[in-house]
Structure formats: C-alpha cells, structure tokens
Design a protein around this ligand. Structure first.
Ligand SMILES: Nc1ncnc2c1ncn2[C@@H]1O[C@H](COP(=O)(O)OP(=O)(O)O)[C@@H](O)[C@H]1O
Ligand SMILES: [Mg+2]
Length: 271
C-alpha cells in the first residue's frame, strides 16, 4: 500500500497521507540505548499501535513525539516538514496531546477543572489583555467552555463533573485523562497504556471511546497497549519494538504472523 494514497478501511473510516514520520530515531540515556535507529510513520486518521515487552522503549518513543525527550539522532517530521527542536508546550500547540502511563491529573481538583486545564493551549488572551479587551476574553472563555462540555458529554462523565478526581475509581480517572487530552482538540492523540490496570468492562468502554473519538472527530491516534486482543481490534497498523529496536511493522494480521514478533513477544505471557 502506497503511504500517501488515501484509502477507506473495512469499517468505513478514511485514512489519509502521512501525518507524522519518525526518521532513524536513536535515543540514549547515558549508556542505555532506549531507542535504536527506528523509523515509522503515522497516517492521518489512523489508529496506530506501538507494542512490545516492558522496557522496549515504547514510552520513550511517545516522549520523543511529544517533545519530552530529544533524540540524539534522527528527525521528526510533522505535517510534511522536519520539526525543529521544540519544548513540550510548543509541540502541544501544534496539536499533539497525550495521556500518561501513570495518571497525571490534579487529584484535589474537580473533573471539570481538570478537563479545563486541557484548554490552556487555547487561552491566547493573557490577564492583561483580558483587562483591556474584555469582550474578546469572554468569547474565548465561552469557546473553551463549549469544547469542554462537548468532551464531557462525549465521554459520558457528566455525572462526575463536580467530583474531585481523588475520589474516582481508576477506570474513570483514565477516562478523565482522556477527556483532558481531547479538550485540547488535538490532531494527534498519544495514549500511553490507556487500558492498563482496567477490568474487562472498563477496557471495553475505553476501546469504544477510542474508536468513537477517531470516528467522530477524525483524530489520529497513536497508542501503546499490552492487551493483544485490544490491539488487534482497534488498530489499523502496529509497530513492534523490542530492546529499543523495531522488529515489526504492519497490519495486525501481518505482525501476528511475523516470526520475529512471535519469538520476542507474542509467544510469552504478559501482564
Ligand atoms: N528518563 C530516563 N532516564 C533513564 N533511562 C530511561 C528513562 N526513560 C526510559 N529509560 C530507559 O529506557 C528503556 C526504555 O524504557 P521505556 O521507554 O519506559 O520502555 P517501555 O515503555 O517500552 O516499557 C528502559 O531501559 C528504561 O529504563
Ligand atoms: Mg512504558
């Protein structure tokens, strides 16, 4: 399949050209090579999974995409151009939002306030401008609230909007984190193990929300996930990592029948 030829998936979703391309990325921490010369792309509208055993370098890869880590070698291309070195907030302003492997919410704050923090990148009018241009600030505030309410409705968390995050069960916290990321209206959404630690029912809910987000908003999604059933159900294409190297890349069926992948990953039990 040509990488830039748009196509429609079996379930009717439209996949476009390449949105993000990682070119020969190498990332080291002192003597540890977390990522060794990895290249892959993410296409517009796609759900792209990254899988591999613990310590394979998956979170590091998401951290490179989101600007948290700067690779020693390689280039990150986004929307057809090489991306200069950027701070994470600048990457966020380019329309890339993420959730974390370990939940990173403001535990003492309500669900609503946590989701509002996802809008920070859209708050252009600072406090001084607000004093001078009251009308403009009010319009902006209204647009922010509207998007936040839309996301809260969409993820079915109206009933807990006033609840402090600290009181929520794990599965709902994960959903609130997704809501905060979506509030930013990202073009590319990065999810680091969105279903880790969930029970079967919570996993089913989260899978459905991920598919719905992709379908409804056309959001491109890159996710790390351990549950192979979930990966096979959700993703259009899968990158397989092992010890910092890429050992497979293709459709779920292709990687499932790749002998290197079977040896390194699929043949052994995972948590
Ligand atoms: N900030 C860091 N400092 C030092 N080593 C790190 C750091 N982040 C990740 N690593 C190392 O990089 C390797 C890959 O880790 P990680 O990307 O978290 O893997 P995965 O998400 O696939 O489990 C591991 O050996 C890990 O210890
Ligand atoms: Mg990880």
């Amino acid at each position: 399949m040509n990488d830039n030829e748009p196509y429609t998936t079996a379930d009717g979703r439209k996949i476009g050209g390449v949105l993000m391309e990682m070119k020969n990325i190498t990332l080291r921490f002192g003597g540890v090579k977390a990522i060794t010369d990895i290249s892959f792309n993410i296409r517009e509208g796609e759900i792209r999974a990254i899988i591999g055993p613990n310590g394979a370098g998956k979170s590091s890869m998401l951290n490179v995409i989101s600007g948290f880590y700067i690779p020693q070698e390689g280039e990150v291309w986004y929307k057809g151009a090489p991306r200069p070195q950027m701070k994470p907030y600048e990457v966020a302003q380019q329309g890339i939002a993420r959730t974390f492997q370990n939940i990173a919410l403001f535990e003492g704050m309500s669900v609503l306030d946590n989701v509002m923090t996802g809008r920070l990148n859209h708050m252009k009018t600072g406090i001084f401008a607000q004093a001078l241009w009251k009308g403009k600030a009010e319009k902006e505030e209204e647009a922010n609230r509207e998007q936040v309410e839309k996301v809260i409705d969409f993820l079915e968390i109206q009933h807990i909007r006033k609840t402090p995050v600290s009181r929520l069960p794990y599965g709902l916290k994960k959903r609130v984190e997704l809501a905060r990321a979506l509030a930013a209206e990202p073009s590319l959404l990065l999810l680091d193990e969105p279903m880790a630690g969930m029970n079967v029912e919570e996993k089913e809910d989260m899978s459905r929300f991920i598919l719905d987000v992709n379908d409804e908003f056309g959001t491109t999604i890159a996710l790390i996930e351990h549950d192979m059933g979930v990966v096979m159900d959700l993703s259009d294409r899968v990158v397989v990592m092992d010890y910092g190297k890429k050992i497979g890349d293709g459709t779920p069926d292709e990687v499932r029948s790749n002998q290197d992948v079977i040896d390194a990953y699929l043949g052994v039990a995972h948590d």
